[in-house]
Design a protein around this ligand. Structure first.
Ligand code: B1M
Length: 208
């Protein structure tokens, strides 16, 4: 089994203590950070499928998520930006009622590496909290809202509407597995991105 396959297997099995070391070993063997990250994202897909089929339950999903987060910590410094001039501040969070943060954290990492200062509000963020963060921080150009559940799509819509009404100059980007470009347009978002890399590209595009 290659190191990357081992990373994938151990993330799926939720082995938080082993994953960081294996990620480092995969890097030492010459694997690219993006390749290792993709393997871990794929693991979460497998975990989601096992959950859907009733093979595993919420606790197993949770420990797999923790294992992936530990692996991402090792990669984060390698994916950081070059420290050049800031493009502005980006406020990011997962919308109210939604506790999923891995995708949001990856999006945050990629937008930061594109040159933004990040204010991460975490998960379960009410619409008004996005607005307060825009007002409490300097030079906020982008609000990025993540949503992973079909049941929290109304919260995504409310977040966009609340931010756009209170802060018309700020651009809002939305994304997350159930979000489509059509839904993003329908709720009045300025941008949609299917993944973390394209969220960074979209953020740059919106401020240029
Ligand atoms: Co949950 N969960 N979960 N879960 N979970 C999903 C999302 C699910 C698809 C699993 C399944 O059934 N197959 C399903 C949602 C079904 C639906 O709504 N259609 C689901 C469910 C049902 C639930 C609960 C309701 C289960 C329950 O309690 N019965 C519950 C809800 C809790 C809540 O939020 N209120 C729940 C709980 C959890 C855990 C807490 C156990 C854990 C999350 C821990 C954590 O995040 N710290 C968890 C996990 C781990 C998952 C899966 C397995 C993995 C999610 C993940 O991290 N993926 C997930 C199944 C799956 O994704 N296949 C599942 C990896 C991550 C990199 O991808 O988050 O999609 P993702 O992010 C991508 C893109 O979506 C995009 O870029 C990212 C990277 O490229 N993106 C953006 C994300 N945000 C973006 C924002 C942008 C742009 C792009 O712009 C701003």
């Amino acid at each position: 089994m290659s190191k990357i396959e081992e990373v994938k297997a151990k993330v799926e099995a939720g082995k938080s203590k082993l994953v960081p070391g294996l990620v480092q070993e995969a890097l030492d063997e010459g694997s690219a950070p993006g390749e290792i990250l993709q393997a871990m994202v794929d693991s979460m897909g497998v975990v989601g499928d096992k959950f859907s089929s009733g093979e595993i339950f919420v606790p197993e999903m949770l420990i797999a998520a923790k294992a992936m987060s530990k692996g991402v910590e090792v990669l984060k410094p390698l994916m950081a930006g070059d420290g050049s001039a800031s493009l502005g501040t980006c406020v990011i969070g997962t919308v109210a009622g939604d506790l999923h943060d891995i995708g949001k954290n990856l999006v945050s990492m990629m937008i930061e590496s594109a040159g933004f200062d990040m204010v991460d509000l975490g998960v379960d963020v009410p619409a008004d909290t996005f607005v307060s963060a825009v007002k409490d921080n300097d030079n906020v150009k982008i609000v990025a809202c993540s949503g992973l559940l079909t049941t929290t799509m109304p919260a995504l819509k409310e977040a966009v509407a609340t931010v756009k009404a209170a802060c018309p100059d700020v651009k809002v980007i939305v994304g997350g597995a159930p979000v489509t470009p059509e839904y993003a347009a329908e709720v009045g978002a300025d941008g949609y991105a299917p993944d973390a890399g394209s969220a960074a590209v979209k953020a740059k595009e919106l401020v240029s």
